[in-house]
Design a binder for this molecule. Structure first.
Ligand SMILES: *Cc1c(COP(=O)(O)O)cnc(C)c1O
Length: 387
């Protein structure tokens, strides 16, 4: 079965993990700092804190940024549940702004409109989380400008865009956002099994995220009220166990060395899909802005099912017979029963996102997707729309 995404593990990854397994530290050892330093170097962040997963990274970000009940945090409806859920878990209120119909990322003009409406009602807009959907960076220039003008915190949920460039810069994420979060789930660009990180230029945010990663406890001498001896620790806030292990970090460091190759492979695959589908009335290939090098975590193809007079379900079933598992990224978050019930969102609130959902299909894309397998995907899809 060909799936929409999967990891690529080679012998050097296996060797790196085995070496840790034979050593003294399975967790809380030096491998964590090594991975954090490697990430910091690649992404240009002063501070990097590796955590248990991307959702934990988002959760800790919200707490470290001081989100409180009554604060509104805006994100895109076209994202994984975790982005919006983390706003709730951090104690704030989620709200959404529709996507740009070309880049599929949050529309800065609509963000500004939303901020003005909420402010005129006396509401407090605290932060915006942009999501670099599918690997295409948001319009970060515009978002940064809004954040400065309206005094907002800016977060980049960067899970899809490792290795992407914005104005020729792979280190763009940390230059525009106050905090950047990543995930290393096996479908993402690099993997640690489960894993994630919080990147920031702000030492206070970093220290807080580090404390919260380990129960809110500290042993750092200048942070203690007392110091009763080498065993001594203090806690001033409630934290979690959101740690990552040393063997995961060893895998992460080994994978990070291959990130550029991975992105290159993904871009080759995307290019082949582009060539196969660009000249077609029924299909819309993902567009890339001139300022961007797309990292293609996903290849979101849009299919005009209405005009074809078939359903997405029929396509999924047909492709499954050919052993191709398609996916959809994403069901707009505001349409989830929980969000409708608790926050009053409804169908029609975000028409671009809803139209996107009606058409979007994620085609298989991962570094070792073979030529034959990709051709199978292409041929079956073309056959389906021509019949
Ligand atoms: C994968 C992902 C997450 C969550 O990451 P986990 O490591 O699975 O917890 C959050 N946001 C986006 C956009 C993602 O793609």
């Amino acid at each position: 079965m060909i799936s929409y995404g999967k990891q690529y593990i080679d012998q050097s990854d296996i060797d790196a993990v085995v070496e840790i397994l034979k050593g003294d530290w399975l967790t809380q050892g030096p491998g964590i700092k090594t991975f954090e330093d490697d990430l910091g170097n690649y992404f240009g962040a002063n501070y990097t804190c590796a955590v248990a997963n991307g959702t934990a990274a988002l959760h800790l970000t919200g707490i470290a940024l001081g989100w409180q009940p009554g604060d509104i945090v805006i994100t895109s409806p076209i994202t994984f549940l975790a982005t919006a859920n983390s706003i709730i878990c951090s104690g704030a209120t989620p709200d959404f702004v529709d996507i740009d119909p070309v880049t599929y990322t949050i529309d800065p003009n609509l963000v500004e409109e939303k901020i003005r409406i909420l402010r005129s009602k006396g509401k407090r807009v605290k932060a915006v989380i942009g999501v670099d959907y599918a690997g295409h960076p948001c319009d970060w220039e515009a978002l940064r400008e809004l954040a400065d003008r309206y005094d907002l915190q800016l977060v980049n949920d960067n899970c899809h865009a490792l290795g992407a460039s914005y104005f020729d810069d792979k280190q763009y994420a940390i230059k525009y956002a106050d905090v950047v979060t990543q995930s290393y789930h096996p479908v993402k660009h690099i993997t640690t099994g489960e894993g994630g990180a919080v990147l920031t230029s702000d030492s206070m945010i970093n220290e807080k995220v580090r404390r919260l990663r380990t129960h809110g406890m500290t042993k750092t001498k200048d942070q203690l009220e007392n110091n009763e001896g080498p065993w001594y620790y203090e806690m001033n806030e409630v934290g979690y166990n959101y740690r990552i292990t040393d063997f995961q970090c060893a895998l992460g460091s080994s994978q990070l060395r291959k990130l550029d190759q991975f992105v290159e492979k993904r871009r080759e695959i995307a290019n082949k899909y582009d060539q196969s589908f660009y000249n077609n009335d029924i299909l819309t290939i993902p567009e890339t802005q001139d300022s961007v090098v797309h990292a293609y975590h996903l290849y979101p193809l849009h299919i005009d099912f209405e005009r074809l007079n078939v359903t997405k379900l029929q396509l999924f079933e047909e492709m499954k017979l050919a052993k191709v598992n398609l996916q959809v990224h994403y069901i707009p978050v505001h349409l989830q029963p929980y969000y409708k019930r608790n926050y009053g969102f409804k169908s029609g609130d975000y028409p671009v996102a809803e139209d996107f959902y009606a058409r979007e299909v994620s085609l298989p894309i991962y570094p070792d997707l073979s030529n034959d397998d990709q051709e199978k995907v292409i041929n079956n899809l073309i056959h389906f729309i021509n019949n």
